[in-house]
Unconditional design. Structure first.
Length: 303
């Protein structure tokens, strides 16, 4: 398949329409002690469900069991098994606790009766209180001053390119992305501008869930960049183990957001990555943490 043919086939489906479809969960007629919802997956070239999609869908499912004004402020989830993007997903929500200001929900995502993801999330009514935030780093070029990630796909297999051209997100690494090589200093940090490719509906829950979707993109790279390991390394194996997220403020994912990432530690085949997501104006929207399994071939780059 030529690059031109790949680009044409990759653009046949609107990625934003696909995103909205997967986030529009259906209520199920099934009745258990839990609330049941069903959803579909985005088509993926390698056949695996994208983890950020399941994160976002799980937040949507849990939120459906709560009043509109009680929104997610934190979640902790574990990726249990790879999902099959050609099959539907069932979400079972357990109403663990409802208090005066806070609620707790557990969401389990299943395929063919087997759990692939498990999450506990906390929700809160908006309350006044003390406020501060870590400032956005100075000196980072704006999104208009860095190139689109699709400008750096030369040398990738056509199937791998589809992972980028099919997604609903516009990404722009402040330093050159590590798809085929790691250039410059090997440091455990990076920054990435991101937004959806076109505007989304004015639904705060949708934007909060979509932020979870975006939060799983690129955060693993602070671990890889520190050791000079590009994604194209033959035999490289990377898998997300868990994901934590704290929503601090509401914001829109169809406007430019800066994802500042760093890795404080890697050991025993695992790497920990953290991230902070800012608006272009410097408001801190969310903090993210993820641990990954990473196995680098012995003949590959070393730190």
């Amino acid at each position: 398949m030529t690059d031109a043919a790949t680009d044409a086939s990759a653009r046949t489906e609107d990625p934003i329409a696909s995103l909205l479809t997967v986030l529009d969960l259906a209520d199920s007629d099934a009745r258990t002690t839990e609330d049941i919802f069903t959803g579909v997956s985005q088509s993926m070239p390698l056949g695996r469900v994208y983890g950020g999609q399941v994160l976002a869908q799980s937040i949507i499912a849990a939120s459906r069991t709560l009043p509109e004004q009680r929104t997610a402020h934190s979640m902790h989830g574990y990726f249990l098994r790879p999902g099959d993007s050609s099959k539907g997903i069932t979400f079972a929500v357990d109403r663990i606790h409802d208090g005066r200001s806070f609620s707790t929900r557990r969401t389990q995502a299943y395929q063919e009766g087997v759990p692939i993801f498990s999450m506990i999330a906390s929700f809160q009514d908006e309350d006044p209180g003390i406020e501060h935030q870590a400032p956005m780093p100075d000196g980072i070029p704006g999104p208009d001053d860095v190139s689109d990630d699709e400008d750096h796909l030369t040398g990738l297999h056509p199937m791998s390119k589809r992972l980028f051209t099919d997604r609903p997100v516009d990404l722009r690494h402040v330093t050159k992305p590590i798809y085929t090589s790691v250039e410059g200093e090997r440091v455990p940090r990076q920054a990435v501008w991101m937004r959806t490719r076109r505007p989304l509906p004015d639904d705060p829950l949708l934007h909060r869930a979509a932020l979870a979707y975006l939060s799983d993109l690129t955060i693993q790279e602070s671990v890889l960049r520190a050791h000079g390991v590009p994604w194209a390394t033959p035999g490289l194996k990377v898998a997300s183990l868990d994901h934590g997220m704290w929503w601090h403020r509401s914001g829109r994912v169809d406007e430019w957001l800066l994802y500042v990432q760093e890795s404080p530690n890697a050991l025993g085949g695992r790497g920990l990555a953290t991230g902070r997501i800012y608006t272009r104006e410097g408001l801190l929207l969310a903090t993210v943490a993820q641990e990954i399994m990473v196995r680098v071939p012995e003949s590959g780059p070393a730190g």
